[in-house]
Design a protein around this ligand. Structure first.
Ligand SMILES: C[S@@+](CC[C@H](N)C(=O)[O-])C[C@H]1O[C@@H](n2cnc3c(N)ncnc32)[C@H](O)[C@@H]1O
Length: 254
């Protein structure tokens, strides 16, 4: 499969991304986890880094929190404004996470979810973003990261995760999405089949993403002065197992 830049997979097609995720089910599964963490840390102001189509941000705002959703894709942010609206309690900003040092707002909680951190080019950039995030947190604040645990993938074959029929821009396609690992490198694989050309498998691409590990995050948190680091394997707070857990969820306090 041809490789492409990580952001290109999602940047231009928020409607497609939205239809690939079962949002009611995902938010029902993940919501209680975030609610408990925000309550524990008395969080009132939340930053959602790489907010994508904005559903977490809107959920957090519905709990009475003041939320800022930031995404590097102008198309994603335009979609967020159109679908969720904008108010003093729910704001949208088109900016890359690497631009965080230039932000002057402060937060009680910063989240970066749905493997977005893995779209950064390397470990040094992850560490720099986490350092900048820690600097925007007030004392007692919390950071929550959610990435794919590439360690649980077999080396080689694609693990297909979902297949959906998606209609966007007047075109209906079947989209099949998976992930695979080649040594330490991880890839998101997307095969698109136009519904009027089901034999056409030419629209396949494989996008490299960073294999973010617990060790990588632990050292980045330490360098950023964050503490009380906990790793979970899912949103039910199952302890993280590097070989078995599909997810790596990290929580650290300022
Ligand atoms: C897989 S989506 C996840 C979106 C959302 N957080 C979720 O959990 O569904 C990844 C998002 O990261 C954004 N992104 C990728 N690299 C970024 C960067 N360097 N800065 C800000 N956003 C970025 C993309 O535009 C995309 O919206």
């Amino acid at each position: 499969m041809p490789e492409q830049h990580p952001e290109a997979t999602f940047a231009l097609r928020p409607e497609v991304y939205d239809q690939l995720v079962n949002w009611p089910r995902r938010l029902e599964r993940e919501g209680p986890f975030f609610r408990q963490i925000f309550e524990q840390h008395a969080a009132g102001r939340v930053l959602d880094l790489a907010c994508g189509t904005g559903h977490h941000a809107r959920l957090f705002a519905s709990w009475g929190l003041t939320v800022c959703g930031v995404d590097g894709s102008a198309a994603m942010i335009a979609h967020c404004r159109r679908v969720h609206g904008e108010s003093a309690a729910l704001q949208w900003v088109a900016a890359r996470m690497e631009a965080l040092p230039a932000f002057d707002a402060r937060f009680d909680a910063i989240v970066c979810l749905g493997n977005s951190l893995a779209m950064l080019p390397n470990e040094e950039t992850v560490a720099a973003v986490l350092r900048a995030a820690a600097a925007r947190l007030d004392a007692g604040g919390v950071i929550v990261l959610h990435v794919l645990n590439v360690g649980h993938l077999p080396d080689g074959p694609i693990v297909w995760q979902k297949a959906r029929q998606v209609t966007a821009g007047g075109v209906t396609r079947f989209i099949v999405k998976g992930v695979h690992r080649a040594g330490p490198r991880a890839f998101v694989d997307v095969a698109e089949v136009p519904s009027d050309a089901v034999d056409d498998f030419t629209h396949c691409r494989s996008t490299p993403v960073l294999g973010v590990t617990a060790e990588m995050l632990r050292s980045a948190f330490a360098a950023a002065g964050l503490q009380n680091v906990t790793f979970y394997g899912d949103h039910a707070r199952t302890a993280f197992d590097a070989a078995e857990s599909p997810n790596l969820i990290a929580v650290a306090a300022a």
